[in-house]
Design a protein around this ligand. Structure first.
Ligand SMILES: Nc1ncnc2c1ncn2[C@@H]1O[C@H](COP(=O)(O)OP(=O)(O)O)[C@@H](O)[C@H]1O
Ligand SMILES: [Mg+2]
Length: 380
């Protein structure tokens, strides 16, 4: 975030906590969370269902009050400010457009409630519809629009009030896969053009990676990591982030040796995997290892050099064909281990068949290792 930290901060959340009472038990849904969002950014809050995302967003909107901490928008504390006068607008999963009104009437609604003059409303609505790419849709009924167009009307209706923040709670959740892929790009473009700060909540890591300038990964009411999509993907700081963002092979083992270049982690009976020692672990520690399928090179021939930190030999098991995202399962010889490896695209695609003998190599920097808290059971 440092590269944009000279910008004005639109939203500052500081040490915010929210507890619910559920079946006579106190439950901490948002646990001492802090976050700063610079003006004009696309910020996503990413985490599994139930981790506290909606609770956090509703506190920003003012529908619920934090038990502790403060929320500042434009540098001003919102604790005593009612939801309808906060400079924010919220878009829900089901958009909540008025089905009996035209597109233009939907977009005009907020301005009419503020008793803005008719001519001014008319001009602002036309301008807003143009900006979201629906210049001729003003007289259409909502049910004459596609899913993507409805999305844009919902955004136009919110942005016409010129909020500091647009809050979006899983707005693509109800759309089918193809449309969701399309809307990801569209939302990102729209945000970049309009420049309003977006706070976007999702449980879908791909949505967060594609659209965001930065992402807060949330788990059990806390942020595990705040960073750019590249930070989360290439430099996960916790096992949760490594497992939740992108696809990875997950293995477990025990640190056998530590030297100044890497860790040697014993995985199973007779396999040692070398990993960068980012987390500064010591010998004897139980570790979770994450290796991405695309970071493992696969060849039909034994490697002729020794440049890779890790070299394994195996046989192809199942082939998981998925076009450009195809991968194969490789069973490592003399072990119980198997790893998923991205299918190379530049060679002969028929070379890699079930049963074929293959040689795998990957570097220590591509193995993300984290100490496992062995006192914590029942995870994963
Ligand atoms: N009004 C409430 N009363 C009690 N528990 C709640 C209430 N709202 C949410 N929770 C609980 O708080 C946790 C976080 O919920 P929520 O913020 O909706 O998560 P998310 O949006 O990440 O799925 C969940 O375990 C949920 O069951
Ligand atoms: Mg939610």
């Amino acid at each position: 975030m440092s590269h944009i930290s000279n910008k004005k901060i639109d939203l500052a959340i500081s040490n915010v906590t929210k507890q619910y009472i559920y079946q006579n038990q106190l439950f901490t849904a948002v646990d001492n969370v802090s976050l700063e969002v610079p003006k004009g950014s696309f910020c996503s809050i990413l985490g599994p269902s139930g981790c506290g995302k909606t609770t956090l967003l509703r506190m920003i909107a003012g529908f619920i009050q934090p038990d502790q901490g403060d929320i500042l928008i434009d540098g001003k504390s919102m604790l005593q400010v009612a939801p309808n006068v906060r400079p924010v607008n919220m878009i829900f999963q089901h958009l909540a457009l008025f089905p009996m009104m035209t597109v233009g009437e939907n977009v005009a609604y907020g301005l009419e409630r503020r008793s803005v003059k008719r001519v001014e409303i008319k001009q602002k609505v036309a301008d807003m519809l143009r900006r979201v790419g629906l210049p001729d849709a003003s007289d259409k009924r909502i049910d004459q629009l596609s899913g993507g167009q409805k999305q844009r009307v919902a955004i136009a209706r919110s942005l016409i009030l010129d909020p500091t923040l647009l809050l979006l709670d899983e707005p693509l959740g109800a759309l089918d896969l193809k449309l969701r892929e399309h809307m990801k790009l569209e939302l990102k473009q729209l945000q970049a053009e309009i420049g309003t700060t977006f706070i976007y909540i999702t449980h879908d890591q791909s949505e967060a990676l594609v659209m965001s300038d930065f992402v807060g990964v949330m788990n059990k009411g806390k942020f595990e990591q705040l960073g750019s999509p590249q930070d989360l993907y290439y430099r996960p700081q916790t096992a949760f982030v490594a497992g939740f963002v992108g696809n990875s092979n997950q293995l477990s083992g025990q640190v056998a040796n530590v030297n100044d270049k890497f860790l040697e982690i014993k995985v199973g009976e007779n396999t040692v995997i070398r990993s960068a020692n980012v987390q500064k672990m010591n010998a004897g520690v139980s570790a979770a290892l994450f290796i991405r399928p695309e970071n493992i090179a696969m060849s039909m021939r034994p490697p002729t050099d020794m440049v890779s930190d890790n070299q394994l030999e195996g046989n192809i098991g199942t082939i998981l064909f998925d076009g450009a995202n195809s991968s194969v399962e490789v069973k490592i010889i003399n072990t119980e281990l198997s790893v998923k490896v991205a299918m190379p695209h530049t060679g002969l695609s028929t070379a890699f068949q079930p049963g074929a003998q293959v040689y795998l190599s990957f570097n220590a920097e591509h193995v993300h290792a984290f100490a496992i808290d062995v006192t914590q059971h029942g995870k994963h």
